[in-house]
Every structure is written in C-alpha cells, then in structure tokens.
Design a protein around this ligand. Structure first.
Ligand SMILES: Cc1cc2nc3c(=O)[nH]c(=O)nc-3n(C[C@H](O)[C@H](O)[C@H](O)COP(=O)(O)OP(=O)(O)OC[C@H]3O[C@@H](n4cnc5c(N)ncnc54)[C@H](O)[C@@H]3O)c2cc1C
Length: 462
C-alpha cells in the first residue's frame, strides 16, 4: 500500500533464476537461443512497477499531469503540496517509460555541449546561467532524496570519462578547465599511465574525473517519489492512455478511451514516449531507442580490478557507451544506443553492447548476461531540454536528450512552480525557442543513418 491509494506490485524478484543464460562473448557473436524473458529492466527486480486496479478517472481536476516518470512525479509533488487537486495519468504502469529504464548516472546536466561551444551559441552570460542551473539540478536531486527520505542508493561516486583518442584527452582537459571557471564544477584529469587506479582497461588514453557526479537506483528513486506523490494526495492512474486533448476558452479536456477529464491546467511530461498529446509536441520530440544490459554477479576480486573506485563511467565517442557497478552488487550495468534494425525483445538488439563491454574488459567473455532492455529517450532539434507553455496554453517539460535523471526532476519542479505563479519557477531555460522540423516525420527513420555516420566518424576520428 502506498499512501492512501492501494498499489499492487508485480514481482520480478526471482533471485534463483536470472532471465538469460547467455555469456557476453556468445551475445557479442550474436547467439540468441537462450533468451527467455527479454526486455525486463534489472531495476524492476528491486522496484517492481506498480499495477492496478487504479481508481476511476475523475470528471475534473485542477491539473492533469500526463506521464508518471520523474518529470510528472516531481511536478505532481509540488502541485499537490501546494493544494492543487492533481490527477497523474500514464499510458502504462507509472514509471513504464525511461525513468525506470535508465543507467542511473546523475550528472549536473552540463554534459551535452562543451563550455566553449555553449558560449559561442548562447553568449557568455546565458551560458553561465545555464551551466549554473545544471549544477543546481545535481544538488537539487540530492536534496530531494534526503528530504523525502527516499532509499535509492544515491551516492556522489564521481564520473570517469575515458578518452578514445589522445587528442580527446587534451580537449577534455581544456573543457574541464572551462567548466571549473564558469560553473565551479571540480574535476581533474587522469593520465593514461595512472588510469588503472580508476579503471582496469587499456582502451582509453586517460580520462577526466568529475568527483561530485552521482549515481542512484532509478527504480527505487521512482517508486519512492511515487509513494510521496500518493501520500501528498494526488490520484495516480496507470493504464490510462490519453487519446487527445481539446481546449476551450477556460479549460482543457483530456480524452481517454471511455472517459474524459476537464482540467484548468495540463502538464505534458511524456518525453521520449510522447504520443497523442498534439502536433506541437509530436513535431519537436524525436524518440530514440537506448539500450542497457546487466551481467550476473562478477567475482569480487575481478570486479575490484576493473572498477576499483566504483564510479560511473563513459567515453568520448559521439555514439558513446556508459557503464557502472550495480548498487551494492558486483554486477556491471552497461548502456549505449540500441540496434535500430532489431526488435528490442530480440537478443540481437544488444549484441553491440556486449562487443563494447569486451573491447573495454576482454576478461569478461564468460560472464553471463542477466538482463537486457531498452527505452526511449526524447531528443530535441537543438539538443536543449525545454519547458514552457504551448500555443494552446498546455504546460510541458521534456527533451532531455538522454541525460534526464536530474534534469527531469528539476524541470518537473520548475514547471509546477511556474504553473503556481511562484517566482522560484524561473529558469535559465525559460524562453529558449523550442524548434520543430518541417521534415519531423523523417527524423525517426533517419536516425540509423545519422548514427551510422557518427559511428564512422568515431572510428576514423574525422
Ligand atoms: C536506456 C536509457 C538509459 C538512460 N540513462 C540515463 C542515465 O544514466 N542518466 C541520465 O541522466 N539519464 C538517462 N536516461 C534518460 C532519462 O531516463 C530520462 O531523461 C528521464 O527518465 C525522463 O523522464 P520523464 O519523466 O520526462 O519521461 P519518462 O520516464 O519516459 O516518462 C514518460 C511517460 O509518459 C507516458 N506517456 C506518453 N504518452 C502518453 C499518453 N498519451 N498518455 C498517457 N501517458 C503517456 C509514458 O507511458 C511514460 O511512462 C536514459 C534513458 C534511457 C531510455
């Protein structure tokens, strides 16, 4: 039971048998015959998604929040505590989207552009504001987790980013210096001859270390937030896909299969899963599939050699991979883009991840893959996240471009405060033009080509 609303949990926690019996080297070679329960995120094992029965949809509400991921939940918490009657709806189970499928790496939201590029694009003053708000996002999620007493293994573990080429090391060093200068983010460089203290691989030409970046268990963070939202008094409705929104002078109507809710305000918090909430959003968000795998438990000695400092890790490629240890367990959690040519329920969709693991840690060939799954990230045409109001007056916060754990929490809070008319809702991201694309229908099918081009540039260094 969560708060006053009863929520049932689906049990995925059978620790005796893990879903696949295939090793990393078999997966890398494309063997797929042992795949039994594909697609289930590892995080659901400790934090199974909530399931119904859900309360019936109300006829009216002050606010309908569409999408029960981190954005929707953090907004609903602020709104409900401010006395608004909130109906939080999701097409699937709350958290079905990226919020319970991600890598749980938490950064300051500054990772998308180099500092110099950001200054060139936005001017120095605006760039500094954006960078500093990024730092606020990281501090904010830590404060929220503490304040709400959410047990999600939040840790300031630090982030190591490996240089894939010698010249990447030098440009990262310059960027880290700029980041310190403009936003006060601490970092240091780790030379190649020193990197074994951080990571047991020879793949990288050294790397950067941001010691205050963090990690958490996204499933438990999500279920903790959900619990607080229900305790605060919002009603949560899973399996309630919105089919459309209409607007008249004074209010909006949210349409479901057999019901509708009239609401003074609506927040669209659907990010990469955006569907049936209007053309304004459809034209601005490009969903991109991203994939993860988790290994079985690796012997402690081997694990300590590979990731002695238990940080979160990434690399400098355009099509990059990222990884980390599981919270309190010696499992490797590895992420990267999905294979666009294979279904996410087919093992082939994850073979390239296994190849990247083995390029980095060749000794792990016999280690079994326990889980593999994917989810959708919401990309924007300018690679900035956006919050604001559509021409129809619908509030939105979305477009985190794959780095959304702290951003979505922060944007959810900000947009809720804006809805309340609270000055604390002001954001450096206010007023950025949210670009659409005339050829938006082609964006999704074009993704494999764009990615292949970037991969080729990663390989050739061009
Ligand atoms: C595989 C993967 C790995 C990632 N790794 C990281 C990471 O390590 N660090 C990081 O910072 N970020 C990461 N991200 C990104 C991060 O998870 C997201 O940016 C963040 O969770 C977005 O939260 P959200 O609440 O906006 O959207 P989501 O959590 O995606 O929720 C959107 C919800 O909207 C619902 N919805 C959509 N349309 C409708 C409709 N018509 N009616 C009702 N409901 C609807 C969906 O069902 C969904 O549940 C990753 C993402 C993926 C997919």
């Amino acid at each position: 039971m969560m708060g006053s609303q009863m929520i049932a949990l689906t049990d995925h926690s059978n620790s005796e048998s893990e879903p696949t019996g295939i090793s990393l080297s078999e997966l890398a070679q494309g063997w797929a015959k042992y795949w039994s329960t594909p697609g289930t995120p590892f995080w659901w094992r400790a934090a199974p998604p909530a399931s119904g029965p859900w309360p019936s949809l109300p006829k009216s509400a002050d606010v309908v929040v569409i999408g029960a991921g981190f954005t929707g939940l953090s907004a609903a918490l602020v709104l409900t505590r401010a006395g608004r009657q909130v109906a939080l709806v999701d097409a699937g189970a709350p958290g079905f989207g990226a919020s319970t499928r991600n890598g749980g790496q938490v950064g300051s939201g500054n990772q998308k552009f180099r500092v110099k590029t950001l200054i060139r694009m936005m001017g120095e003053r605006k760039a500094i504001e954006l960078l500093r708000e990024g730092v606020e996002m990281l501090d904010g999620i830590e404060a929220l987790v503490k304040q709400e007493n959410i047990d999600c293994s939040f840790a300031r573990c630090g982030r190591f980013r490996g240089a894939m080429r010698p010249e990447h090391y030098d440009s990262m060093a310059r960027d880290m210096e700029d980041l310190r200068r403009y936003s006060g983010v601490d970092s240091f460089m780790v030379a190649r001859q020193e990197q074994h203290k951080e990571i047991g691989t020879d793949l990288f030409y050294g790397g950067s270390l941001v010691p205050h970046d963090a990690s958490l268990h996204p499933g438990r963070y999500h279920s903790g937030l959900l619990e607080r939202v229900i305790e605060a008094g919002a009603t949560v409705h899973g399996d309630a896909p919105v089919r459309g929104i209409t607007t008249d002078n004074s209010s909006h109507i949210v349409h479901f299969d057999r019901a509708q809710i009239r609401a003074r305000n609506i927040l669209v918090a659907t990010n990469g899963y955006t569907k049936n909430v209007g053309a304004f959003f459809r034209k601005r968000i490009v969903p991109i599939r991203s994939a993860q795998l988790t290994t079985e438990i690796i012997p402690a000695q081997t694990f300590a050699r590979l990731m002695p400092t238990r940080r979160v890790y990434g690399n400098t490629n355009r099509v990059f991979f990222y990884f980390r240890p599981a919270p309190n367990e010696n499992r490797l959690i590895w992420g990267g883009r999905a294979n666009h040519f294979a279904k996410d329920t087919a093992l082939a969709a994850y073979a390239h991840l296994a190849r990247d693991v083995l390029r980095t840690f060749p000794a792990l060939g016999d280690v079994k893959v326990a889980y593999a799954w994917s989810g959708l990230i919401g990309y924007t045409y300018d690679e900035f996240p956006h919050l604001g109001r559509s021409p129809e007056g619908i509030y939105y916060a979305m477009g985190y471009c794959g780095t959304g754990v702290s951003r979505s929490t922060h944007f959810g809070q900000k947009i809720a405060l804006q809805m309340l008319g609270n000055a604390r809702g002001r954001s450096a991201f206010d007023g950025l033009t949210f670009p659409s694309h005339v050829f938006h229908t082609l964006a999704r099918p074009a993704m494999p080509l764009v990615e292949a081009w970037y991969r080729a540039r990663d390989i050739t260094g061009l």
